[in-house]
Write a protein that binds this ligand. Structure first.
Ligand code: NOJ
Length: 549
């Protein structure tokens, strides 16, 4: 089955599957997933009808933020394998007709990166310090941070250095953990380093980059204070208003530059922005024709389970992305948010990044959450554009709420003194085989986060054998999405349904999502896919159906 579009425009319709390497497949039994483990599972991804994989970071890193603290951008962390393993992964992916996107983390490095170590050693006023955002402190002794910015992970966004003789020194900016110092993107030297990093991986055959914190690289000159509204104490990724560290106009020149670098390697390499920017009309700046090809649509992800809210997100997304000639990029889950099978069973879910855990009340309604997740996914996969899937959502995995505090690793948990759980609950290694050690994740049975006992029933092999399983629904829907060319279609909204129902037509397929409490009568048509077992005449609550006429 081919989607029949120009290969160079592949991303406009692609389904891209996010692999979180540490939790996908462990080949050597150390309890941490790795690149050879991924290679071994590629055939199963191919069976799912996805077009590409996106790998979260596998670079050399002390792993203070699960690899988003990079110590060497051009090497593989030994915990994940070697550069030779990476090359083999690219070659094997191509053999399976899968493109490969990798994660680029340009806003900050690890504090163990050579550049940062050299900057610390070189001292105030040195050229090495100009690659980062070092500043003197305020107050008579310089013991106050240079401004009032807060870290996304909680606490101040500045940390003060101490000289080898114990004297307090300059402060450095870190919008995330103190182990993740922000680079200064006004530095031409920094820009040149990243041009070469892009080329390094493009030469190795990658099809593109997912760009981490793509709205954060440019800071407002002078680094003025910013006080978020009371509801937004930490600098959440979408702080409202004119935020001096988010969505500053100067960021766009960087992506125009990168666009030209990708073009050196042909017309089909892509950039995808992880930019938590609202409204969508502003996010569209990231996907103008001379910038990036894609941007995650977090407005759609964050829409509550309400037909008007979801419909509005779809209408606004299509309008915003079309206004710049870009395809919309849909997404419902990733490694930073509560898995949608749990999130949609909570009213309301906690804000992004806070997470849920043993003390959260009320707990998600897992059965309801899964029904809604299946329905929302089926709606998403019927929409024109590209879609990102996060490993394990095809199994309907819930967020793991029972992780003990002692197992947690997310810096959000530590920087908030355990008051926020953070994101570990969506990062638990995924189950492949019900009866194997660690459910097939690791041959030794080790797992860097403990897997829940009840996950045997969610293991991939069990779901293979069950025609009603979430896995089978994903696979069938992804196959039909290609067959009906839904990604390349256009939407016509259908009237005559209650307000809590979304009804649309995309080519030959009528899509109806019932987000209300009562069953709705179905029009005539052949049921080609449904998120629940249904009869031909009505659609129950929390369900989606695709009908062909
Ligand atoms: C966004 C990434 O997705 C997240 O996991 C990470 O913690 C932050 N950026 C900082 O790099």
């Amino acid at each position: 089955m081919s989607n029949g579009r120009l290969a160079s425009d592949w991303w406009r319709s692609a389904v891209i599957y996010q692999i979180y390497p540490r939790s996908f497949a462990d080949s050597n039994g150390d309890g941490l997933g790795d690149l050879p483990g991924i290679i071994g599972r590629l055939p199963q991804l191919r069976e799912l009808f996805v077009d590409a994989i996106w790998l979260s970071p596998f670079y050399t890193s002390p792993q203070h933020d699960a690899g988003y603290d990079v110590a060497d951008y051009c090497d593989v962390d030994p915990a994940f394998g070697t550069l030779a393993d990476f090359d083999a992964l690219v070659a094997e992916s191509k053999r399976h007709d899968l493109r490969v996107i990798i994660d680029l983390v340009p806003n900050h490095t690890s504090n163990e990166h050579e550049w940062f170590k050299a900057a610390v050693a070189a001292g105030p006023g040195s050229v090495e310090r100009s690659y980062y955002l070092f500043r003197d402190g305020l107050g008579a002794d310089g013991n106050l941070p240079p401004n009032n910015w807060q870290s996304v992970f909680g606490g101040p966004a500045w940390t003060r250095l101490t000289a080898p003789d114990g004297t307090p020194e300059q402060w450095y900016l870190h919008l995330f953990d103190s182990s993740q110092p922000d680079l200064d993107w006004t530095s031409e030297w920094v820009r040149e380093q990243f041009r070469e990093i892009l080329r390094f991986w493009l030469r190795r055959g990658v099809d593109g980059f997912r760009v981490d914190v793509a709205h954060g690289l440019a800071k407002k000159p002078g680094l003025p204070d910013y006080t978020p509204p009371p509801s937004d104490e930490t600098a959440s990724m979408t702080s409202p208003g004119d935020v001096p560290f988010w969505a500053q106009p100067a960021v766009h020149e960087i992506y125009r530059d990168w666009h030209r670098i990708l073009e050196e390697f042909g017309p089909d390499r892509i950039l995808c922005a992880e930019a938590w920017v609202e409204p969508l009309s502003k996010l569209a700046y990231w996907v103008r024709p001379d910038e990036m090809q894609q941007a995650f649509n977090f407005t759609f992800l964050e829409a509550s389970w309400s037909a008007p809210a979801i419909k509005q997100a779809i209408v606004d997304s299509l309008a915003a992305f079309e206004s710049v000639g870009a395809a919309t990029t849909w997404v419902l889950s990733n490694h930073d948010v509560i898995r949608h099978a749990s999130r949609l069973g909570m009213t309301p879910p906690p804000p992004q990044g806070e997470g849920i855990g043993p003390r959260t009340e009320p707990k998600p309604d897992e059965a309801l959450g899964l029904r809604r997740a299946r329905a929302d996914t089926l709606l998403m996969l019927a929409l024109p554009g590209s879609a990102y899937l996060y490993q394990g959502e095809e199994l309907g995995l819930p967020e793991v709420t029972e992780l003990p505090d002692s197992a947690r690793q997310d810096p959000t948990f530590f920087r908030n003194h355990g008051k926020l759980y953070g994101r570990d609950g969506c990062r638990v290694p995924i189950p492949w085989e019900a009866d194997a050690p660690a459910y097939g994740f690791s041959p030794s049975g080790e797992s860097w986060l403990p897997q829940p006992k009840e996950w045997a029933r969610l293991a991939r092999d069990r779901q293979e054998a069950d025609a009603q399983s979430t896995l089978r629904m994903y696979r069938d829907a992804l196959g039909l999405r290609r067959e009906f060319d839904l990604a390349g279609g256009t939407i016509e909204w259908l009237d005559g349904y209650p307000d809590d129902v979304i009804a649309l037509r995309n080519g030959a397929v009528t899509v109806i999502t019932n987000a209300g409490d009562a069953a709705v009568a179905l029009p005539t048509g052949t049921i080609v896919q449904a998120s629940e077992p249904i009869t031909a005449s009505e659609l129950p609550p929390n369900a989606t159906v695709w009908l062909a006429s």
